[in-house]
Design a protein around this ligand. Sequence first.
Ligand code: SF4
Length: 66
Amino acid sequence: MTMARVEVDRDRCEGHGRCEMSAPEIYRLDDDGELEILLSEVGPDQRPGAEAGVLACPVAALRLSP
Ligand code: SF4
């Protein structure tokens, strides 16, 4: 099973929370507005949610690798 890593560029992230709205099972903003990646490795089942978060981010701070 191919796993992909969810990566955040913290210098870019502005805490908009669009990723969290798209996939709260993967992305969460903590009380300080800091993004927490709840699932850093995603398999085929979680990948669509992870990708939705990547696409939702207005500052392109997220990416999946590979
Ligand atoms: S949508 Fe982008 S800028 Fe907003 S919290 Fe998520 S990663 Fe950060």
